[in-house]
Design a protein around this ligand. Structure first.
Ligand SMILES: Nc1ncnc2c1ncn2[C@@H]1O[C@H](COP(=O)(O)OP(=O)(O)OP(=O)(O)O)[C@@H](O)[C@H]1O
Length: 594
């Protein structure tokens, strides 16, 4: 039921997805029937918090960035709106314009706060967001002429019909609903899937051509604008603000609302925000203990339900899976999925050298990968096979040597650019997003084909919806082809190891690649599964795709490869057809044995 990052759902699934939101909205619309203005105040506050948390959710819950000090953007928005409406800096602005300016400044500061995330990891980034929150509060205190310093400043007051408790409540409710809709749209778009893939499987995201900096900047812009706007609304609700209103507790509330809600969900954090806003009211005598209550609630959720509220309400967790299921690929579906590759010049490596400290992992390697051929790369452990794959896919930058792809140079060390050159890969240990469905994981493979921009995704415009439908159809086709069609809507972390290997192949095929590099795809597979993998790889190469196969299963290698390169201590020990390799004396004694 949570709106997880993912594919455009079919109609019954859409209804299942939407009814909790519709029920919450119906309850919220009926709230004025209570006639109790105190509830109007609490519910308005919950709506305003959600405007902020909905954006923060994309950063924390989807992108996995620990932005703890997000109260700073609420502060920036609240002061911007108040100062501009009061005319302390310029001529007084209309409150609506002051709120718009708060969103604008929030967006700018959102990016400023977010930029360190491009370089810093987890806790270091969390610390910078906290540092920023302190700076903003100090500026609000010190800039007395404008902000009123410790004495504070009057918040904007909106004109009729928003100048009554219920009038303002309806405005905030409409804005909260709008935020739910737009962030849900992002979550279900290629941008949402890209965010969770960057969070859980960064190398797989890069291999699919997903560029982290741009994506994060867009999300920081959006989340900052929402937080700034929420700040303006907060100042309106409070009618008067001082720096004390923006406590660390409040920042903690926003952050914990996302965590207890669950990562990669919209409904979970929405319920988390409601819970945390209502909790101090229900337990009013414990108000002084609110930080303690938040921390205790967080501990209970983390220990008892690590996936948060979202995991409790996610139907993909409950659907029973057949016990003795088998992956039966259908290579006959590959022509429709992949089309026929146009003839191209292949992929070449010349004189590649790469050393790690004193270890020459690759030492003068030449390799030619031709279209429509399966090229085996074999050798003992530590001979440089995976390193070769990482050099081709741009993760490692060789010290010397050059590469070309289809006749033009392949720049070293550009992992994100490989997808656009038609180079796809799988990993020795499958890199997947466990909390996303199998279908969503596979759809990530064709992220770079999306033409609809962030704004189109935000508003779910026709081109965006059309592309999503096409992408979902193709991903289902790819899953049928590798034999996982029946598991498309299951969470990936419920799959067996062998199924994950086939899922990674489906994700790579989504790119309709010119070259496919498979890193030990048969590892952990049963004999039957290896036979089926064999059929699948042959099917792929028949479509004109050049396959580079790194493998330890000699039977598979000699069965399907057109050419084989044998590495030893980073050097080519032998290269040729399977027959030539089988009768190569040094290979037999060094690697094949006997
Ligand atoms: N990131 C790294 N830092 C330091 N040394 C590394 C790194 N990656 C690989 N090596 C070293 O480079 C050599 C080649 O490693 P590589 O993983 O490419 O071998 P491989 O043939 O793929 O082995 P396996 O079959 O065990 O996967 C090894 O000696 C390994 O220890």
């Amino acid at each position: 039921m949570p709106v997880a990052a993912g594919a455009a759902p079919s109609r019954p699934r859409l209804l299942a997805l939407l009814w909790p939101f519709a029920a919450l909205l119906a309850l919220a619309l009926l709230l004025p029937l209570t006639g109790n203005e105190y509830w109007a105040l609490i519910a308005t506050r919950a709506c305003i918090y959600w405007v902020l948390v909905s954006g923060l959710n994309l950063i924390v819950g989807f992108a996995g960035q620990l932005a703890i000090g997000y109260v700073s953007l609420l502060t920036v928005g609240a002061y911007t709106a108040s100062v501009l409406a009061a005319g302390n800096l310029l001529e007084p602005l209309h409150p609506a314009l002051a709120l718009a300016a708060a969103a604008l400044l929030g967006a700018v500061f959102g990016v400023v706060v977010g930029l360190p995330a491009l370089r810093l990891r987890t806790f270091y980034f969390a610390m910078t967001t906290l540092g920023f929150a302190t700076i903003v509060t100090q500026v609000a205190l010190a800039w007395q002429d404008v902000t009123g310093g410790g004495i504070g400043i009057t918040g904007p007051s909106l004109p009729a019909p928003f100048d009554t408790a219920w009038g303002f409540y309806y405005l905030c409710l409409a804005l909260a609903a709008l935020c739910t809709w737009i962030t849900g749209n992002i979550a279900r778009s290629r941008f949402g899937r890209a965010l969770v893939t960057l969070r859980d499987a960064e190398v797989a995201a890069e291999a699919s051509g997903i560029a982290k900096p741009w994506l994060l900047v867009l999300v920081f812009l959006l989340a900052g604008a929402l937080a700034g706007f929420a700040g303006g609304l907060f100042a309106t609700l409070q009618t008067y603000i001082t720096p004390d209103a923006f406590t660390f507790d409040l920042s903690l509330l926003f952050f914990i609302a996302v965590l207890i809600g669950g990562r990669g969900s919209i409904l979970g954090p929405l319920l988390g925000t409601l819970l945390l806003t209502l909790l101090p009211e229900v337990a009013a005598p414990l108000a002084a203990w609110s930080t303690f209550l938040y921390a205790a609630l967080l501990l209970v959720i983390v220990l008892a339900i690590p996936g948060g509220i979202a995991s409790l309400i996610d139907p993909r967790n409950r659907r029973k899976l057949p016990e003795n299921r088998a992956v039966i690929p259908r290579p006959e579906l590959l022509p429709a999925l992949l089309g026929q590759q146009p003839r191209h010049a292949g992929l070449t490596l010349r004189d590649i050298v790469l050393a790690f400290g004193g270890v020459r992992a690759i030492d003068g390697l030449d390799l030619d990968l031709r279209p429509g051929e399966v090229h085996g790369l074999i050798g003992p452990n530590g001979s440089g096979k995976t390193t070769t794959l990482n050099v081709i896919s741009g993760y490692y930058r060789p010290e010397t040597g050059g590469m070309t792809c289809d006749g033009s140079p392949l720049p070293a060390g550009d992992a994100v650019g490989r997808a656009a050159r038609g180079i796809a890969r799988t990993f020795q240990t499958p890199r997947v997003v466990g909390e996303a469905s199998v279908l969503e994981n596979v759809m990530v493979g064709a992220t770079i084909e999306g033409r609809a921009g962030f704004l189109e995704a935000l508003l779910s415009l026709p081109r965006q919806r059309r592309e999503e439908r096409m992408l979902e159809d193709r991903a289902r086709q790819a899953l049928q082809a590798v034999g996982l069609g029946a598991l498309a809507d299951i969470r990936a972390d419920r799959l067996q190891h062998s199924e994950l290997r086939f899922m990674e192949i489906a994700r790579a095929l989504m790119l309709r690649p010119a070259f496919l590099m498979l890193d030990e795809p048969a590892a952990g597979l049963s004999t039957d599964e290896i036979k089926r993998l064999d059929q699948l790889i042959r099917g792929v190469s028949r479509q004109g795709i050049g396959v580079l196969l790194v493998e330890h299963h000699a039977d598979l290698i000699f069965e399907i490869c057109d050419r084989i390169t044998v590495l030893n201590l980073g050097k080519v020990l032998a290269a040729g057809t399977p027959e030539e390799i089988r009768s190569h004396k040094e290979v037999v004694s060094a690697y094949l044995g006997g």
